[in-house]
Write a protein that binds this ligand. Structure first.
Ligand SMILES: Cc1ncc(COP(=O)(O)O)c(C=O)c1O
Length: 441
């Protein structure tokens, strides 16, 4: 048996970690043994406040007893059943409950096992929707600068982070990108910037260049997440919606991060009052406890698939573990926990404090910008000349050594805590970060 309390044993050898400099990791592995509520415990027994919610996913806090128990119960009752031409009651219930909390107009759910699969599924549904309606020329996609849509070839193609694509081409052809709706004038503006809706007009220009009748879908994160937490300017998403509708182009919101309370509503679509045609979700869907993703599909899109002969598969797509019994059990329990804890209400109650405390970092050390919305925050640092990323990773390491886990993404510190964070814990996160910023030159 592995000795998991000994980091040198468990980190060495066969394990190839995702998005990780392996040789550094093997020398200095960051290892966790357990988690509860807002905290991790490291393998050497230190308690660390998890200001990342795992990886933007443990929205209701770690080890929620109802979720743990639901997974246990499901594992003992029905370990697996395929979703190809069959299913199980909790899958149907999970889909219903999800639609109950989704924006009006969303009527079907297609389950996947991750956000990446959800994105690739949404892109395929978009193309197949146009095919089903006889509009076969609509095959192009439009993404956005700094967008992150997972690591499948589809999601990577529409993503807007060049470094992540560099080693893997050729990707999908016929993908173009909107600019990020952000400029230096928006620095230190928390919530939705008041100016900047006109960035959406770039979509009209792109459609003109591409020929709008050849474009299948536009995909954006309502709030850019991994790319550095950029909130949409007021009116921007509404304008994207109008332009898509005018040209018969589907609008996909990638809500893998923004779903499940992160911006104070079940989905950002509700928080911002804009209805897309498809919504991708994952992460918080099961509180990160069992891998699961899904695509919420509008009634109009779904109906377009239902016109052919009844014995024919309408969408030739799926995964072995779609609607896995353990994931459905975890998802149903997660929805219950969200309701019981009033998570959206809590986010709305503390997000003002979150944003003002974050903004107080202005002027400290190398802070170039602070962006915060809901319970998301990015603190962008000026890169150290000649050593891009060094300052960010040193700040993140300092925080970790001093009891707070944040994410260093290049020179940007990203914070997305469990949504049950208390005012005291908010203070701890930002006090630790402020001290780190003063220590790290
Ligand atoms: C917006 C967005 N889409 C898709 C993904 C991919 O999800 P996964 O890592 O579960 O495949 C992520 C992951 O961070 C994400 O933030």
């Amino acid at each position: 048996m592995n000795d998991f309390s000994n980091p040198s044993v468990s980190a060495r050898g066969a394990f190839w970690a995702p998005f990780t400099p392996m040789r550094q990791f093997q020398q200095q592995p960051m290892m966790f043994a357990s988690a509860d509520g807002m905290h991790y415990t490291t393998t050497d027994g230190r308690r660390v406040l998890d200001a990342m919610a795992g990886l933007w996913c443990v929205n209701a806090g770690h080890g929620q007893p109802k979720i743990v128990e639901a997974i246990r119960e499901a594992a003992g009752r029905l370990d697996f059943v395929s979703s190809f031409k069959m299913s199980h009651p909790q899958a149907l219930e999970m889909a219903e409950r999800l639609i109950d909390i989704s924006p009006a107009g969303m009527e079907q759910v297609f389950f996947t096992n991750s956000g990446s699969e959800a994105v690739d599924t949404a892109l395929k549904i978009a193309r197949a929707y146009h095919q089903a309606r006889g509009d076969c020329r609509r095959t192009k996609f439009i993404g956005r600068a700094k967008g992150y849509h997972g690591m499948g070839f589809g999601g990577l193609s529409v993503s807007g982070i060049g470094r992540q694509k560099r080693d893997f081409g050729p990707l999908l052809g016929e993908v173009s990108h909107l600019p990020l709706p952000y400029d230096a004038g928006m620095r230190f503006s928390v919530g939705q910037p008041q100016q900047g809706a006109s960035y959406a007009d770039a979509l009209t220009q792109l459609l003109d260049i591409q020929d709008p009748s050849t474009v299948a879908a536009v995909i954006v994160e309502p709030v850019t997440g991994s790319g550095g937490v950029y909130a949409p300017p007021q009116g921007y998403l509404q304008r994207l919606r109008e332009i898509c509708t005018r040209h018969g182009v589907l609008l996909i919101f990638d809500e893998v991060i923004t779903g499940f309370g992160r911006v104070g509503a079940p989905f950002a679509a509700q928080a911002f009052g804009v209805l897309p045609d498809l919504i991708t979700t994952a992460k918080g869907l099961t509180n990160g406890a069992v891998p699961m993703g899904g695509v919420l599909v509008s009634g109009a899109v779904y109906e377009a698939f239902m016109a052919g002969p009844q014995n024919v598969i309408e969408l030739m797509h799926g995964y072995t573990y779609s609607a896995h019994p353990l994931a459905c059990a975890a998802g149903l329990a997660t929805l219950e926990v969200h309701r019981e804890l009033g998570i959206n209400q809590h986010v709305n109650a503390v997000s003002g404090l979150w944003q003002s405390t974050a903004l107080a970092l202005q002027g400290i050390g190398a802070v170039l910008d602070v962006r915060a919305i809901g319970l998301l925050c990015a603190v962008e640092l000026e890169p150290r000349p000649g050593f891009p990323g060094a300052r960010g990773s040193e700040v993140a390491q300092w925080c970790f050594d001093n009891g707070v886990l944040v994410r260093g993404s290049g020179d940007t510190i990203v914070i997305s805590p469990p949504l049950v964070i208390s005012p005291q814990e908010i203070a701890q996160v930002f006090e630790t970060l402020a001290t780190a910023l003063k220590h790290v030159a």
